[in-house]
Design a protein. Structure first.
Length: 92
């Protein structure tokens, strides 16, 4: 009985850790073809306008992922390359 409980706890912990890792990467912002995307520099400019010090940006799935610092804390901002709307923000 004790072994079953240990296995159940291990599975629960492993599943929740996997979910946390999956939640970190927001990847679905648009279905629009990449040739029609607005420039990534415009997503960076939007983050700067919100008061973030932009460190870098990259493409993550169909999103622009902008890394910025605000009030000493690191954030990941996910913008739609279609209309540059902010889709998701993660505080690190």
């Amino acid at each position: 009985m004790k072994v079953i409980r240990v296995v159940a706890i291990a599975l629960t912990v492993g599943t929740s850790m996997g979910s946390a890792a999956m939640a970190d990467g927001f990847k679905d912002c648009t279905k629009l073809d990449k040739a029609s995307w607005k420039p990534a520099s415009e997503a960076e400019a939007k983050a700067k306008a919100l008061g973030y010090e932009v460190r870098r940006s990259k493409i993550e799935g169909s999103c622009y992922e902008v890394y910025g610092v605000k009030e000493g804390k690191l954030y990941e901002l996910f913008y739609s390359p279609e209309d540059l709307s902010l889709k998701h923000t993660i505080a690190k």
